[in-house]
Design a protein. Sequence first.
Length: 157
Amino acid sequence: MTRTYYTTIVKKINIHLIEDDEDDIHWLNRIMKKHTDSVNLKIHNNGREALAFLMKELENNAQIDLILLDINMPIMNGYEFLKKIRKIEKLKLIPIVVITSATDQDSFQEAYLCGANSVICKDKIFDSSADLIQLMMDYWLHLSERPRIGWESQSAC
């Protein structure tokens, strides 16, 4: 089977990984760096730290392309982070992929209800090849149309 990956990136892609497990951080960082040198991966160990950093990024008009979010973290967990970021007008449209060790449907449902765009079990990505990470990046960063981040919505929705 032939696979085509959209790995030609002209500009740096800014991904924020919100994760407290050092092994998971190392693995995801290694996989992303292996597939492209155009990823600027910023790592935060909990939701509160990430939210504070993202607010500063917003003040500096920095581009935020994707957030990869763990659920079970200290200080501010992933659910709390989702609820807070989805209330901030200029940050609420950032695509957020939850990568969780949870395996129960209730956890997935809660993540979606709190504002996740996608939920992926860590077991599925860690047990599979790195191609799944590349496929996920290709989808969110190249195939899908992303909203403009940092502007005030004028929509009637």
